[in-house]
Design a protein around this ligand. Structure first.
Ligand SMILES: [Zn+2]
Length: 382
């Protein structure tokens, strides 16, 4: 073999490795299917005529692209609570330094209105901390809440509560929860707060900050006023089939407490584990996670229908798995999809809105616009 030909082969090989590394594609992605003979009933809620936005509930399905939603819709025999959202839009998810984002940079865009670098947590591209929606809402006299089905030091909850240049610094991020302005916080990852390498017990420190600290749902559910810091489990929160209806119960509990505030509230509720099922290309668990998320959406919409002053926004931070729905049957609830990656993809993600101000979320726009739209509708001062 001529040496120049060898060189060309080497360059071709290196280029292909680089492109796979950068875009996170995975050749082991696979076809996956689900079948469901017990569809759940969905709520029918009326559109809200009033224009006043007192509260905003932002619901993030981590990694929940349009194919994921469509698959769950087929699996539930052609109905979802999300169908009640008459206003829909599309959000572009790329971050400052990459086309394919992670939840840190995507969450930062929505929480702070700034595109930042991959793996950043509410800091700009120079590493300077950014002001988030929860900071602005708190300064405006609103109560704030975060409920997630993952570890609290994980990316999405952290961008609304903390600042860090690297999402992997989970002990630093956990400690930064002490500096946040959020009134109701619920998630997992207990060991990052009480079994730390620096021997600090952050649970005690949260009590000193005025929080009622809980490590079980039973304890949490008995609280009927004041600030809540609830870390339910060491490690990761279980998947929906083991978790039961905890997410819905926790979101409604948070709403009950936050709504005691006359000026209103801002809450972020995340169906966090949809993303994990996208990474593992597991359609079974994926559909179960979206069912859990959608059932919670239904309960929240029914609450918002009565309240009439609450805007509910449901969206994704990015798509995970590069899922395409290829086949299915609305009568049997069977659905088959094919994943093209074990990582995130760069496709636009859907945004759904219900309630006063919902029409502001039509069209297509940057993920940073989510922040600006919410700031404007809640009349927050930047
Ligand atoms: Zn992910």
């Amino acid at each position: 073999m001529k040496s120049s030909f060898k060189l060309i082969l080497l360059i071709t090989f290196l280029l292909s490795v680089n492109s796979y590394g950068q875009y996170g594609s995975d050749r082991n992605a696979k076809s996956t299917s689900y079948s469901n003979d017990k569809p759940y009933e969905t709520a029918k809620v009326k559109p809200i005529k009033s224009k006043k936005v007192k509260n905003v509930i932002l619901m993030i399905g981590d990694g929940m692209g349009l194919s994921q939603v469509a698959s769950a819709w087929v699996a539930n025999h052609g109905k979802l609570n999300l169908d009640n959202c008459t206003y829909t839009g599309l959000s572009r998810t790329y971050c400052a330094d990459r086309l394919i984002t992670d939840s840190g940079a995507a969450g930062t865009a929505m929480a702070t209105g700034s595109k930042t670098n991959y793996h950043c947590i509410a800091v700009d591209t120079n590493g300077t901390p950014l002001v988030s929606l929860t900071d602005l809402a708190h300064a405006g006299g609103l109560k704030t809440g975060i409920v997630v089905t993952c570890n609290l030091p994980d990316a999405t909850p952290s961008v609304f509560c903390t600042n860090n240049i690297d999402r992997e610094k989970t002990e630093e991020i956990a400690a930064d929860y002490l500096n946040c302005n959020v009134d109701y916080i619920l998630g997992a990852g207990l060991e990052k707060f009480n079994k730390r390498s620096d021997n600090r017990n952050l649970l005690d420190e949260m009590i000193e900050k005025g929080y009622q600290v809980c490590t079980s749902w039973d304890e949490t559910s008995r609280i009927n006023q004041g600030k809540v810091f609830s870390v339910l489990k060491e490690g990761q929160m279980p998947f929906a089939r083991e978790r039961g209806d905890l997410f819905a119960k926790a979101c409604l509990h948070a709403i009950g407490l936050l709504n005691q505030n006359k000026k209103g509230f801002f809450a972020m509720f995340e169906g966090s584990r949809i993303d994990d099922c996208g990474h593992s290309n597991d359609m079974l668990r994926l559909v179960e996670e979206i069912f859990d998320f959608d059932k919670t959406i239904g309960m929240i919409m029914q609450w918002a229908e009565k309240d009439r002053k609450t805007l509910v926004i449901v969206l994704a931070d990015h798509e995970t798995g590069g899922l395409i729905m290829l086949d299915g049957d609305l009568k049997t609830g069977s659905v088959t999809g094919n994943c093209s990656t074990k990582s995130h993809s760069g496709i636009l993600v859907p945004v759904y809105a219900y309630g006063p101000g919902a029409k502001n979320f039509t069209g297509f726009y940057e993920n940073t616009d989510i922040f600006h739209k919410i700031v404007r509708l809640l009349k927050l001062n930047k």
